[in-house]
Design a protein around this ligand. Structure first.
Ligand code: MG
Ligand code: MG
Length: 272
């Protein structure tokens, strides 16, 4: 069953999402060759706790870390390790926070130093597909409209759309109804409801959409070993339109990127 939220609850969820956004912005400043994902994990946990929140993933389904850090061919659910990041790597950082009883869940794929142009394009396209999907999260549409839009956008450019892992409803639980696949058919699936909050999160592979799980029981990698990207926003349906609760603004500030990609969704209460 879809749990719709009141305006007050959506404001609380914005606070949870912003903690994660700020965590990603803090990490963006630390991301350089030689840094390990375990070091990043410690920084993230300390930061989230300093904000009066709790790490959202730690302990959830026995997750041992605050961050899930997925390097290169890892799609999602990579566990932090002592292996230093290298020039030319990409790392998808997925982070959750729990505050005031509500979860935030938000991810960005970062470049470490100079990344080859083909991989850069994968990241750019995956991020664009996130907004293409969010635009379809509106009154009158259904789950399949978001999935269709993301799938078409990415497959038209030759990329593989992961099937086995999906976005989800978000609220007092990290994973609520409905599942939000990054593929689908127009007009199919559950109808969107005013006050609904979802995590939309395209996971897009440079090659095949097929994946496998590593022996650690967590890390999902591409079957062909080619890179994969993952971007995620938390989005509420307010006045029939998508309102993005998380923001990449802190990441962009840290990386010196200028972007107006979130503007059209009229994000409110963004305190920089
Ligand atoms: Mg996530
Ligand atoms: Mg998620």
């Amino acid at each position: 069953m879809i749990e719709v939220k009141t305006r007050e609850e959506i404001e609380l969820m914005r606070q949870s999402a912003l903690i994660v956004s700020k965590t990603l912005g803090m990490l963006a400043k630390e991301l350089k060759p030689g840094v390990t994902t375990k070091q990043l994990d410690k920084l993230a946990e300390d930061y989230i706790r300093s904000q009066g929140a709790l790490p959202g993933f730690l302990g959830l389904y026995d997750c041992p870390s605050t961050l899930l850090t997925s390097v290169n061919e890892a799609v999602v659910h990579g566990l932090p390790t002592d292996k230093p990041l290298e020039e030319g790597d990409i790392v998808s950082i997925d982070c959750g926070a729990l505050m005031n009883g509500f979860y935030g869940d938000h991810a960005y794929t970062f470049e470490i130093g100079d990344v080859d142009p083909e991989t850069k394009k994968l990241l750019q396209t995956t991020k664009e597909s996130l907004y293409v999907g969010i635009r379809e999260f509106k009154n009158g549409n259904r789950v399949g409209d978001v999935g269709y839009a993301i799938q078409k956008y990415c497959e038209d450019q030759g990329y593989g759309v992961v099937r086995e892992l999906v976005g989800h409803g978000l609220g007092k639980k990290m994973h609520e109804d409905p599942e939000m696949p990054n593929y689908g058919k127009r007009g199919r699936g559950k109808k969107f409801l005013e006050g609904q909050v979802v995590a939309i999160e395209p996971m897009i592979n440079m090659g095949t959409h097929r994946i496998k799980q590593l022996k650690d029981g967590w890390t999902i990698v591409t079957q062909d070993g080619k890179p994969s990207a993952h971007f995620e926003h938390d989005v509420a349906l307010v006045d029939g339109k998508p309102e993005i609760l998380s923001t990449f603004a802190y990441v962009y500030e840290a990386l010196g990127i200028t972007s107006n990609e979130e503007d059209e969704f009229r994000q409110k209460a963004l305190v920089l």
